[in-house]
Design a protein around this ligand. Structure first.
Ligand SMILES: Nc1ncnc2c1ncn2[C@@H]1O[C@H](COP(=O)(O)OP(=O)(O)OP(=O)(O)O)[C@@H](O)[C@H]1O
Length: 312
């Protein structure tokens, strides 16, 4: 079963801005799903529609097989959202916040689970202070605890590590990984693409409200990410029309130190050997060479730059 099936979801705000344009997307149950996009891409708009704080203009969403917009009460109990904005009643303590939130979901506060959440999110020492006395990072962790207090089956994290230091970020991710290993589906938006690449097994990229791609992370990195062979000749290399035709299959780009060739992929290998031989037969042996593969950030920048260029 899929955790989420999003079909033709569109949101046009009152000012005429279409923040999400006919997005169709599937989030498999049990996945750790990265929803990526540059600022203003429409990620929060999508999340806010799932969280019932923004109304869609059109489209359908099913959550674990139930229609989200008509079966709201059932669906709400199964979703935990960590929003981007932090807002607590300053007179509540973190423990009161979690008890109160349990009540909102119609659950009796589970004190053992609340204690575990405080422990895992390093809030035990602060759980009886007023929330206004907490630092920004502590408040963000309290938001995470609040999203988990009713034991949701889908956890949505909108930029959860903004303002959280490296050590706590690691702990937060190890906790999320554990939850995911227990079958909880996690949908994450982040601008830390290295974290997304490491944690997530599915990825979708949206830009200017449009879905650019959605696929398993491994597939994205093996099929879309490309590798380049850099050949260093210690001096600029000039490509003539002739060279271009000889090396054309490798999309050659000359630079100050030599030439860069794009490697293709085939099952079990790449075109490294052919590219190297083509360069050597034209320019001779290089003084140095190396292969660099694109990471998720490179792919993201390439795809979103193309989108921006296409719309200019
Ligand atoms: N309430 C609103 N009314 C009008 N336009 C809005 C509203 N909320 C968001 N927008 C616009 O919709 C677009 C998408 O915004 P959204 O916040 O969904 O993007 P995002 O991908 O979450 O960005 P970020 O990474 O900066 O948080 C932006 O152009 C934004 O200005």
């Amino acid at each position: 079963m899929n955790a989420l099936e999003i079909n033709g979801l569109t949101k046009t705000y009152g000012n005429g801005k279409t923040a999400l344009n006919n997005v169709t997307l599937t989030v498999p149950q049990g996945s750790f799903f990265a929803l990526l996009g540059p600022n203003g891409a429409g990620k929060s708009t999508l999340i806010n529609m799932l969280a019932d704080t923004v109304r869609p203009s059109s489209g359908e969403v099913t959550l674990f097989g139930r229609e989200l917009f008509s079966d709201r009460a059932w669906c709400k109990r199964r979703i935990g959202v960590v929003p981007q904005e932090i807002a607590f009643d300053p007179f509540f303590t973190p423990r009161e916040v979690l008890r109160f939130t349990s009540g909102l979901f119609g659950c009796k506060p589970d004190e053992a689970w609340i204690d575990e959440l405080f422990d895992r999110l390093e809030l035990t020492q602060h759980c009886n202070k007023n929330t206004r006395q907490l630092s920004g990072g502590m408040r963000r962790r309290l938001l995470v605890a609040q999203a988990l207090v009713h034991r949701p089956e889908l956890v949505i994290l909108d930029e959860p590590t903004a303002g959280v230091d490296v050590e706590l970020r690691r702990r937060l991710w190890s906790f999320m990984r554990e939850l995911n290993a227990k079958g909880i589906t996690i949908l994450l938006t982040t601008h830390y693409l290295d974290e997304a690449e490491e944690l997530c097994d599915q990825v979708a990229i949206i830009d200017q409200g449009n879905l650019l791609t959605a696929r398993p992370m491994k597939e994205m990195m093996s099929e879309i990410a490309s590798s380049h062979l850099w050949l260093n000749y210690g001096k600029p290399v000039t490509l003539t029309a002739e060279d271009n035709s000889a090396l054309a299959a490798f999309d050659p780009r000359a630079n100050d130190e030599g030439v860069c060739l794009k490697l293709g992929h085939f099952e079990g290998g790449s075109t490294f050997h052919e590219a190297y031989e083509a360069a050597v037969s034209r320019f001779g042996p290089p003084i140095d060479a190396g292969v660099r593969s694109e990471d998720l950030e490179d792919v993201f920048l390439r795809l979103t730059a193309k989108e921006a260029g296409g719309r200019a």
